[in-house]
Design a protein around this ligand. Structure first.
Ligand code: KIV
Length: 305
């Protein structure tokens, strides 16, 4: 039997061309993040177009304050888990902070690792005109690149916090130019985060590549959310642009409390959760334990009723 590697093109049915065709047909593109195997399996089975292994994992899975501490090793660990669970969705791995900013050589090497060792189909990086040389270098190595503009969490200190972007005409014009520069540098898609609906819509109409929005209104070619936000699994804060489709953190707490109480009250494990011994085998065991050779002074005999 021939086993195909996780990154084989025949594994996935959603490619960058599928996404491009969806834009042409004005068919909304669906993306969500995932960081582990079971979530990836569930998303793939649900028919999602693309899965982003975002560096948001630093916050929602690893408990960091922001995405800055996330390393390539951590990204690869989670990319591999996700890619093992996916057979059709398009897979994008985030390049973490400082894995592509210092040099184009770093950018190409680390992007290559996300495909070669992480099983991804494409990489995502943050930033506009300053990142164009890195985008060109990665694309010329044969690796599809998704851009990310607007609220770019790796620049949270430079942006002065988690704030909506491009609200003034001047800032929106710079964002517009950055999008065109990324498209020209070879990005196959761009994520727009926390920008006004009108700005995102104008950019979507102007770009020939798919624009995926998060907190960017309903006029983009597609949408992405952090899966922990959608499921209500992250209790620290939820951005206002998120729609919670479940409240799994509360459900998890409820289940844990019920388990603790069941164990304390000896309701768990019930007989159906345990193995029983054949009654003859048990009698033999008790006879053996109670035999005079094994008896210690003062020890009571075990009885079987
Ligand atoms: O890291 C991430 O999950 C992201 C999305 C919010 C787009 O970049």
């Amino acid at each position: 039997m021939t086993t195909l590697p996780a990154s084989s093109p025949s594994r996935g049915t959603v490619t960058i061309h599928t996404l491009q065709s969806k834009k042409a047909r004005k068919e909304p593109i669906t993306f969500l993040t995932a960081y582990d195997f079971p979530t990836a399996v569930a998303l793939d089975r649900s028919g999602i177009d693309g899965i982003l292994v975002g560096d948001s994992l630093g916050m929602v899975v690893l408990g960091y304050e922001n995405t800055l501490p996330v390393t390539m090793q951590e990204m690869l660990h989670h990319c591999r888990a996700v890619s093992r669970g996916v057979s059709r969705a398009h897979l994008v791995g985030d390049l973490p902070f400082m894995s592509y900013q210092a040099s184009t050589a770093d950018a190409v090497r680390n992007a290559g690792s996300l495909l070669q060792k992480g099983g991804m189909d494409a990489v995502k990086l943050e930033g506009g005109r300053d990142r164009a040389p890195a985008v060109r270098a990665i694309v010329s190595a044969g690796i599809p690149v998704m851009g990310h503009l607007g609220l770019t969490p790796q620049s949270v200190h430079q942006l002065g916090g988690w704030k909506a972007q491009a609200k003034s005409a001047e800032a929106a014009k710079i964002l517009f130019e950055d999008c065109l520069i990324l498209e020209d540098a070879g990005c196959y898609s761009v994520v727009l985060e926390a920008v006004p609906t009108e700005v995102a819509q104008l950019i979507t109409q102007r770009l020939s590549i798919p624009v995926i929005g998060i907190g960017a209104g309903n006029g983009c070619d597609g949408q992405v959310l952090v899966v922990h936000d959608l499921l209500g699994l992250f209790d620290r804060f939820t951005p206002s642009f998120v729609k919670k489709y479940a409240d799994l953190f509360s459900e998890m707490e409820r289940a844990f409390k019920e388990y603790i109480s069941d164990v304390k009250e000896r309701r768990f494990p019930a007989p159906e959760h345990a193995n029983s011994m054949d009654s003859q085998a048990l009698r033999d065991l008790i006879r053996e334990i109670n035999s005079p050779d094994r008896e210690f002074e003062g020890e009571e005999k075990i009885r079987y009723h």
